[in-house]
Design a protein around this ligand. Sequence first.
Ligand SMILES: [Ca+2]
Length: 217
Amino acid sequence: MRLLLTLALILLVAAAAPADQIFVWFFGTGYGDFINDSPPTFTGAMDPGGDITEGSWTITVPDLLWPDTSMPAARTQYFWDTFFAGNYTPGTPGYWIGYIDVNHGLPEQNSLHIVDDTFGGTMTGVCTIQMLVTDDDNDGVLDDDEFCAGSFSGCIVIIRQGTGIYEGYAGTGSYNGSFTVNCPETLHTWHFGMYIWIDNAVPVEGRSWSAIKALYR
Ligand SMILES: [Ca+2]
């Protein structure tokens, strides 16, 4: 009985212990291609300036429903029609926002993987991609040169599958930056800042999956 009470006390203390929280961020730079790569995989390294300066990041877009890469024109049309065309806001200039996520036609959320060689560890999760393209001549029609540059952002959920210093941690984050495309080719160059808040406080199911569901809404 005394042992059980002691164990219960230890569990209570453990439950009440303050969570360790980590905030970490980095500048990311890299490449990817929505049209010619299947699945589209955006990947690259860290730039100096953030907490993590050595390592890599990868965002993979599930494209199971898209036309095959052997049909680039159809794939380009599907990409634009599915994620961008219906989201036009008139203005000076007007703009489209492409929502590349499960709420707008992806079968599952984009996956995110981060390798941190500065502090030693990896993080795994999912993310949304939201891209802004301006209608430079304000005619409500996407012209050839208008998708050659823009900005993007997204929400992040880090699930509790981290390794190294991130083992046992989960949380949320965001990222935003700018892209350029080598028009008329389709290779994107991305530059962004990614900001991540994680902790080891609550069970996997409670935190990670409710956060993922929140991203899906
Ligand atoms: Ca236009």
